[in-house]
Design a protein around this ligand. Structure first.
Ligand code: DGY
Length: 327
């Protein structure tokens, strides 16, 4: 029996690769570069399904021209800002994503960034690695304590809630903004702010966990930053597009924002070069979900979606309608 053709635009953990090889005739690209729109279209010609990542941009042009053979697009991500959902709907192509499996790994990285930024880990690493470390000096590399401080969480979905659980263990007080207030059972002692501006005013630490949508795009701009308490610390593991880079960089330079821990960047991997030259940044290359367990679970879920649709069933994790809440 001939296997369905699956366009595979990246490489995955072994278990995922084994399942692809077992069940599909995989159409792979030869290098690590994202496929340009023309190559994506030609890869899709005659294919049954597409298994993509956020590095692949599927815009309205793609969906206007894509081969009618394509029956599902499965993205290896919980974010789906790289896919024009309306254009996909016009072609009746279901789009599936991988929610619910990356929460813990991403929350771990948010805490790493929060601690790394607040304890000046980048500068500290430099001292150790370059031999510039001098005998103990009591005012060397003084950072900012997290215990007792308010952590504001913008977007209290699964990842935001996982961050809250961890941060409570560090003695932080949790405030959050979300499209809707959580039930008391889930929110616990977290303080809800209906208006994100009120969240910003309270947030000595701010961690971003909302998806990038037209409503959240460039949320953290100079106005938002001006509402933060002076010397606040900013963490972003969600999407780079939530932040206006020039505004955050200006605030980091002036000290208005004391430090930032960032795992995601607008136009990544080409991040704004000034982030790299600042000492008060702690930077990672979008590794929020990068554990073997999580990346395998994401791949398996993406393939569950492909398998379901190609066998005439509904995809288990279809991307919800366009008007999403901030989660
Ligand atoms: C996600 O799942 O969206 C992560 O950011 C990886 O892209």
């Amino acid at each position: 029996m001939t296997k369905p053709i699956l366009v595979v635009t990246s490489s995955y953990p072994k278990e995922v690769e084994d399942r692809i090889d077992r069940d599909y005739s995989a159409r792979r690209k030869q290098d690590q570069l994202p496929l340009c729109p023309e190559k994506l279209l030609s890869a899709a010609e005659g294919a049954d399904a597409m298994f993509i990542t956020p590095a692949d941009r599927l815009d309205s042009g793609f969906f206007q021209k894509v081969s009618p053979s394509v029956r599902i697009v499965a993205t290896y991500s919980v974010g789906f800002e790289h896919i024009d959902l309306e254009a996909a709907a016009r072609r009746n192509i279901p789009v599936a994503y991988t929610p619910g499996v990356n929460n813990e790994a991403t929350a771990d990285i948010a805490m790493l960034l929060l601690l790394g930024a607040s304890r000046r880990a980048y500068e500290a690493q430099g001292l150790v690695r370059t031999g510039a470390w001098k005998p103990l000096n009591p005012d060397m590399l003084l950072g900012w304590q997290v215990g007792g401080k308010i952590l504001g969480i913008f977007g209290m979905g699964r990842v935001g809630q996982a961050v809250a659980r961890r941060a409570r263990g560090f003695g932080m007080k949790i405030h959050y903004a979300n499209a809707s207030e959580l039930s008391a059972e889930i929110a616990g002692d977290a303080v809800y702010h209906k208006d994100p501006s009120d969240l910003l005013r309270a947030s000595q630490f701010l961690s971003l966990h909302a998806p990038e949508t037209p409503q959240t795009h460039h949320f953290l701009n100079s106005r938002a930053i001006s509402l933060l308490p002076p010397g606040a610390i900013v963490v972003n593991t969600a999407r780079g597009g939530l932040v206006v880079d020039d505004d955050l960089i200006a605030a980091l330079k002036s000290g208005r924002v004391a430090a930032a821990g960032l795992d995601v960047f607008e136009n990544e991997p080409r991040l704004h070069p000034e982030y790299v030259s600042l000492k008060n940044t702690f930077l990672l290359p979008h590794i929020g979900s990068a554990t073997i367990e999580t990346r395998t679970a994401m791949g398996m879920l993406a393939l569950d979606n492909v398998e379901a649709v190609l066998n005439g069933r509904a995809a288990p994790t279809l991307v919800p309608g366009r008007s999403r809440e901030i989660v």
